[in-house]
Ligand binder design. Sequence first.
Ligand code: ADP
Ligand code: MG
Length: 654
Amino acid sequence: LAASIIQINPNLPSEAGFALSNIEHPGFLVNFISSNLNATISEKQVMLAMSNLKQRATQLLTALHKEYQLLEIKQQIHSKVKTDIDKQQREYFLHQQMKTIQEELGTGASEEVLVIKKKAESLKWPESAKKVFAKEMAKMERMNPMVAEYSVQLNYLEFVTDLPWESYSDDSFDLKKAAKILDRDHYGLEKVKQRVLEHLAVLKRRGDMKAPIICLVGPPGVGKTSLGRSVAEALGRKYSRMSLGGVRDESEIRGHRRTYIGAMAGRLLQNLKKCGTSNPVFILDEIDKLSRDVHGDPSSALLEVLDPEQNQTFHDNYLDMDYDLSKVLFIATANDLGGIPRPLLDRMEIIRVPGYATEEKINIATKHLLPKQLEAHGMKGIDLKLSKKLLTHIVDSYTRESGVRSLERKIAAIVRRKLVHEDMQSEVAFDLSEDKLPAILGSPIPREQYDGNDKAGVVTGLAYTAVGGDVLYIESSISPGRGKLTLTGNLGGVMKESALLAMEYLKAQGSSLGIKPEWLDYWNVHIHVPEGAVPKDGPSAGVTMLTALASLFTQRKVKAQLAMTGEITLRGQVLAVGGIKEKVLAARRAGIKTVLLPDANRFDFEEINASYTKGLKVIYMKTLEDVLDAALSSLKVSKPIDLSAPSRNKQNRA
Ligand SMILES: Nc1ncnc2c1ncn2[C@@H]1O[C@H](COP(=O)(O)OP(=O)(O)O)[C@@H](O)[C@H]1O
Ligand SMILES: [Mg+2]
């Protein structure tokens, strides 16, 4: 009995167990236990009524057993409840501990989170973004600062809260002031300035506007990029610029998803974060230099950016929320329309920024470049004047461009030389005469000048290249053979086709010029366009090729000091070409007196300030007959080849 009691209650103090085992009389033991039993009075009375000790002991054992089972059930329930509660408590404890440890260590991680949280409260973001943020924040708070993801998450939340959310700078609606700022920073460029003022006027009237995307297209150094900055100032907006040259990975624009190690937001949002407002003037510089590779096509990401219908919900992979770009004023720049992917082109309003005439360059130099360079070199008060004559000489002999970029560098070189001169307090006066210039600016660039017309088949064309307008000579010669046409000079496909067209036209229509169709079969023709190392392409040399071939097969001179540009068709038409202003100015620089232009380009020519084309005669051409009428002289070259006597060829053919 004593043993079973000890078994029932293993927690029995050892003295109690000892006392029990010390009782020797069974009657006393039964009574002792019964009196201590956790039973009701009536149960105890039943036991007391039993006089037989054996019967009473059995009754006691039954009661004890019942008690034992009851205790067991209690124990089971207790342990089950305990595990449930333990789990929650454990977490609570651990969190509490972590907090204490962090506080002890002074890691301050939670402080950073607090800062972010506080910042988030002051942000005016859309509901959807708010939700995402709350979710990510909760995740953050549950994270252990020791794990690597912690800082990733922290960076993300920091980025999200640092982005400008619907924080707009006020637009300055003073059109007069805006016009003044635009004029202050840039000479000329009337069309672009006009367009900006129009934009401003609409904004003022309507209060909001789906910002149209303007694309400035023109040769390098005409002020496309720097104009963007003035526009920002005129509008009173922040300015941001993203160069797209060499961007070939979509994620550079749209960012990497956060699952990648080292993921970052795209450059677009990073720039916005840097400038701190959601309505800056944003320059997408050199959009024609975008390329693509296996990592995707960045232009498709730009499509979303540039489409006013879509850019309200721009999606960056890193941010993983929609971001509203519709209030940003995007201005794209490009050198060459051909380099812009077609779908992008469709979404932009193209504004051409033509190259400058020498007169314009001189104005820009005196009013802008020189003061700018003086200031940049810390010589604001210093008296340095560059005369019109000197600047003209520098432009003509030391630069070869449509813009003013290398002119600016040349001016910087002069300013530096002047700085040294000032510093040394030299006795000799600062001398900028023409013969002293090479010592400062290096040797002058040799100019392609018009060089006579006494060779059949040599014609001056006008080209529009990456550096702007230029004259370009087309040389051709014939030799006895079998009517083979060879083209050299790094020519592109379109240019080669122009040559074939010209050949074909002469074969069909040459009789009016006295050209016999069979001559074209007996003579080999070689057309070369120097300089051989520079790639050339485009249809605008069509009329030049035709004139060269016509001159070759008639052995007539090309009229003196004449240059031309225009695309030709098989039907004998002359089509319009681009870059008229640059080409015409280049012709004038090269000493040309007459230019032949497509009739369809009449407006482009008339748009050029008349003073820049003084002394230049223009003849418009509609058909290929017009071209040859205007270009070919009635005189033969001094040593004409007799085309009708290719006797050797006839034999060869036989
Ligand atoms: N019309 C102009 N008036 C004043 N400065 C100009 C003008 N055009 C160009 N510039 C200056 O020439 C330099 C080159 O211009 P930039 O904007 O870099 O050319 P782009 O982007 O067209 O290649 C800049 O310093 C710019 O301020
Ligand atoms: Mg630029």
